[in-house]
Design a protein around this ligand. Structure first.
Ligand code: NAD
Length: 360
C-alpha cells in the first residue's frame, strides 16, 4: 500500500516535495496552511483533495496519514514536528531543523519515543554531485578529510525585508541558519565528526538596503522586523582533529553566488560547486564536481560527470524520505546529525555575540 502523506505549508518548496513524493509512489492526501487562501490555491495547483487550516484537525480527521511534510517558517518546525510525531506520523521537515539545538534534540527524542522517521530536507545531499562524491569517499578514494571549506555566498540575496526570514524570533537568524546546507554537506563528507570548538563573526552590512534584495523570497513587510545578520564567517574544530571554515551571506560583494564545499583529504582533495549568476538565475549556473590527486609525481584533476540537476536535489531528497519510510533506501540524514549541526549554528551565534571561541 502506498504511503499517505500531507503537506503542511503552501510555500514554494511544496512544488518539489509533491513531485518527489509522487515520483516515489506516495499519495498526497491533504494540505494544511494557516492561510486558507494559500492552502486552497496550492491544493488546486498540486491536485490535493483535502484542505485544512488547522493541523490538529487534519491529524484527527485523517487517521490513515502515515507522514507529514513541514514547509513553514523555521519557528514552527519544532512544534509542528512534535505534534505530528505525537500523533504517530513520520516527519519530513524543511531545513533548518529548528531554531536551535535544544529544539532539534526534543524532536529527535520524540521521534525515538514513537519509533517514527524524522528527516530534514538537506536537499544538497541528494544532488547527483553529492551522491557521486560520497561514493568516492566511501570507497576510500579520498582518505581522511582533514579540512573543508563550506560556502554559500550571495551578492544580492536578501529574501525580503521585515518578513519572517529577517525576523530572528521567527527564523532563528539570517544566512547562517538559512543557508546552512553547505556546512551540512561538508560535515556529511567529513563523516559528521563531533565538534570541539567554534570561532565565528557575523556582519550586518547592507541588511536593510533594498537594492540587496534577491529575486526570490517573500514579500517585504513595511513595519516588520529586520534583526538578523547579512553574513557570517567561522572556523570549527572537531574532536577528531579535523577542521572546517565556512562563509555564508545574503549580501556580500562577490562576483558570482557560490554554493560549494571544497575539501582536502589524505589521498585526494575535491570540490562540489555551483556558481550562479550574481542574482541567482539558474540557467547560467556552472556546476563542478572534481577530485584532485597526485599521481606519478604530478597533480591530476578528475572531473566527475553527473547529470545536471537544476532543483539541487530537492525532488530526489523527497523521494529518499518516502523510500526511507518504506525501508527501500537508507535515510540521507539522521536526527543526531541535525542536533550536531544545530549545535554548530548555536555556537557560531554565541561566538559572534561574545567575541570569543565557544566550546561545543
Ligand atoms: N530546502 C530549500 O532549498 C528551501 C528553500 C526555501 C525555503 N526552505 C524552507 O522552507 C520553509 C518555508 O519557507 P517558504 O519560503 O516556503 O516560506 P513562505 O513564507 O513562502 O511559506 C510558508 C507557508 O507556511 C504557512 N504557515 C506559517 N505558519 C504555519 C503554521 N503554523 N501551520 C501551517 N502553515 C503555516 C504560511 O501561511 C505560508 O503559506 C522554511 O523553513 C525555509 O527555510 C527551504
Amino acid at each position: 500500500m502506498s504511503t499517505k502523506i500531507a503537506i503542511i505549508g503552501a510555500g514554494g518548496m511544496a512544488a518539489y516535495h509533491t513531485t518527489g513524493f509522487r515520483q516515489a509512489g506516495a499519495e498526497i492526501i491533504a494540505l494544511a496552511d494557516v492561510n486558507k487562501t494559500a492552502a486552497e490555491r496550492s491544493a488546486a495547483q498540486y491536485g490535493i483533495d483535502n484542505v485544512y487550516t488547522d493541523v490538529a484537525e487534519m491529524l484527527r480527521a485523517l487517521p490513515e496519514l502515515d507522514a507529514v511534510s513541514i514547509i513553514v517558517p523555521n519557528k514552527f518546525h519544532a512544534p509542528l514536528a512534535l505534534q505530528a510525531l505525537k500523533a504517530g506520523k513520520h516527519v519530513f521537515c524543511e531545513k533548518p531543523p529548528a531554531l536551535n539545538a535544544k529544539e532539534a534534540a526534543a524532536m529527535k527524542a520524540a521521534a525515538e519515543k514513537v519509533k517514527r522517521r524524522l528527516m530534514f530536507n538537506f536537499n544538497n545531499r541528494a544532488r547527483p554531485e553529492s551522491y557521486a562524491m560520497m561514493e568516492h569517499i566511501a570507497q576510500g578514494a579520498v582518505g581522511t578529510i582533514n579540512t573543508c571549506q563550506a560556502k554559500w555566498i550571495r551578492r544580492t540575496g536578501i529574501p525580503g525585508f521585515g518578513g519572517w526570514f529577517t525576523n530572528k524570533a521567527l527564523s532563528g537568524g539570517g544566512p547562517l541558519i538559512d543557508l546552512l546546507h553547505m556546512i551540512d554537506l561538508g560535515l556529511y563528507f567529513m563523516g559528521y565528526p563531533e565538534p570541539a570548538h567554534i570561532l565565528a563573526r557575523t556582519f550586518n552590512d547592507h541588511i536593510t538596503d533594498k537594492s540587496f534584495k534577491g529575486p526570490w523570497g517573500i514579500p517585504d513587510v513595511a513595519k516588520g522586523v529586520t534583526d538578523v545578520e547579512a553574513a557570517a564567517h567561522g572556523f570549527v574544530t572537531f574532536k577528531t582533529g579535523q577542521a572546517m571554515s565556512f562563509a555564508v551571506s545574503w549580501a556580500e560583494m562577490n562576483k558570482r553566488e557560490e554554493v560549494s564545499v571544497t575539501f582536502q583529504g589524505t589521498k585526494a582533495g575535491g570540490m562540489v560547486q555551483r556558481l550562479f549568476n550574481y542574482d541567482g538565475i539558474d540557467d547560467t549556473a556552472i556546476d563542478t564536481c572534481e577530485l584532485y590527486t597526485h599521481e606519478h609525481g604530478r597533480p591530476v584533476n578528475r572531473n566527475i560527470i553527473v547529470p545536471p540537476d537544476a532543483p539541487m536535489g530537492r525532488v530526489r531528497s523527497a523521494i529518499n524520505f518516502i523510500r526511507a519510510i518504506e525501508g527501500d533506501e537508507a535515510p540521507l540524514n539522521t536526527p543526531d546529525q541535525a542536533v550536531s549541526l544545530m549545535k554548530i549554528i548555536d555556537g557560531a551565534y554565541k561566538s559572534a555575540a561574545t567575541g570569543k571561541p565557544v566550546a561545543l
